[in-house]
Every structure is written in C-alpha cells, then in structure tokens.
Design a protein around this ligand. Structure first.
Ligand code: FPP
Length: 249
C-alpha cells in the first residue's frame, strides 16, 4: 500500500492523454446497443479523473469526440452529447472539491448551444483550481488545430526563426498543458486518430486491449508504472552510454 505522498509522486508534473476507445465493442459483446457502451464509458471517465487527481497528475486530456465522429449516426451523436452534458453536470462539484480545473479543447462553433452553455459554466466555476488540469477534447482534430495555430502565429509573427516558430506553435497548441508525456489508448487499436499529434512528438505510447468501460484505477496505475520503466531519450543516447562516454560530443 503506497502512502499518499508516494501516490502523488507517481504522477507529479505529468501530462497524460487518453484515447478512450472500445465503448461500442464492449456493448456489442454484451448484446447491448452502442449507447450503453458510451454510458459505461462515462463511468470509466469519472473513475479515471478521480484516480489521476489522486495520483497527482498535472494534466489529463481525454479524447471524448473527434471531428470525424460527426460521421456517426445522429442518435449515437445525440447520446454522446447528452452524456457529455451529464459528465460536466456531475463533475463540476467534484472537480471543485478536488481543486481541479476543467478546459474543453476543440471547435466550439458546431456544438449544440446547451452543450456550449454547460462547458462555459463548468470552465468558469473551476477556473481557479490549482490541482489537476482536466482537458476534454470535443469536436477535436489535431490537424485542424495545427493548421489554425500555424495560421495565427504566421500572421501575428510573419518573420520569426524556425526555432521561435516551433515554440510559438507549441504555446498556441498546448498552452500551459505542454507536451504529452504518456498517451494511453484502450480498445486494442494502435493508432493516434488525429489526437495531439504535435504535442505527442515524444510521448510514450501505451496501448491496452482493455475496452474503455472496463478501464479502472488499477489499469491507469499499470500504465503509469510502464511509463516509469521507460527511458526517455528525446533523440539523445541512453543515459548509461552518456556516463560511459563521459559526455563526449
Ligand atoms: C470510443 O468508443 C468512444 C467515443 C467515441 C467517445 C465517447 C466517450 C464517452 C461517452 C466516454 C465519456 C467521456 C467523457 C469525458 C464524458 P467507440 O464508440 O469508438 O468504440 P468502438 O471502437 O468499440 O466502436
């Protein structure tokens, strides 16, 4: 059993991003409609937000609805938005109690007005939280976000160096949430699906066959454990070689 401070140490300063995949298959295997999978997915999201907050994760980004998800049947889209509203309604008080802050990323101009209203309300009511920074990606496409950020940066700063352009782009895309350290995808597929492409350039990728509705605190901890066992080199040589070579250039 870990102490509270050990638990908080597990996730200190990390940005964890999650592609919550497998709701539909989870439901199909039980002979249920896909919407029942999304409903169970909502409960999983609530569990993981709680666990991330307890583990001292700095930023958690959840991929709830991609811009390509508009291609799904209208009743499924309606259910997902209904669940998103329920999530925000249910979570606001708990997020405040935990000192967490909610931010929604993605396009807002195509969202139903009722969804937009509750997003703005939840963001305002949690704005002063200094604990977990919870980001929920809705109508989100990383390629669109990169194209938009590049357009804004190049019209505001037309003649900057590439290096400055890179930092400005990262700031425009990620704000204070910064680059992704660990990207988890449930549901057995191994792809990024247009999620945080720039911000995940050096993310450690963790794929699990667990369907999202079955993903729990122990699975989240297992992903953090796997992350801690990885050596992050950011293109440099392994740490052990650096010591042997005495930092030779
Ligand atoms: C992927 O499963 C999940 C989604 C498209 C998004 C819906 C997610 C939720 C409702 C979880 C709740 C989350 C929040 C933050 C409210 P899929 O339908 O693609 O599954 P499949 O690959 O098995 O078909």
């Amino acid at each position: 059993m870990q102490s509270e401070s050990e638990q908080i140490d597990m996730g200190r300063a990390l940005h964890v991003a999650v592609i919550m995949d497998g709701n539909g298959r989870w439901a199909a295997r039980r002979g249920l409609p896909r919407t029942a999978g999304h409903r169970a997915g909502l409960a999983a999201a609530r569990r993981i937000v709680e666990r991330a907050s307890d583990a001292g994760i700095r930023c958690l980004t959840l991929y709830a609805f991609s811009s390509d998800n508009w291609r799904r049947p209208a009743p499924e889209i309606e259910t997902i938005f209904w669940l998103l509203r329920a999530f925000l309604r249910l979570e606001t008080r708990r997020l405040r109690e935990r000192g967490a802050r909610l931010e929604v990323i993605g396009r807002r101009d195509r969202l139903p007005a009722v969804v937009l209203r509750i997003i703005e309300k939840t963001e305002a009511e949690t704005a002063f939280g200094h604990g977990l920074h919870l980001r929920v990606a809705i109508d989100y496409s990383s390629r669109d976000a990169i194209a938009r950020a590049a357009g804004c940066v190049s019209s505001a700063e037309p003649s900057v160096s590439w290096q400055t352009m890179r930092s400005l782009l990262l700031r425009a895309l990620a704000g204070e949430s910064g680059e992704v350290d660990l990207l988890i995808r449930t549901g057995g597929e191994k792809r990024l699906s247009d999620f945080l492409l720039w911000e995940s350039a050096y993310a450690e990728l963790y794929f699990t066959d667990r369907m999202w509705p079955d993903f729990g605190a122990a699975d989240f901890d297992a992903a953090l454990d796997a992350f801690r066992r990885r050596e992050r080199r950011f293109g440099a040589v392994p740490h052990s070689l650096r010591l042997v070579q005495g930092g030779a250039r």
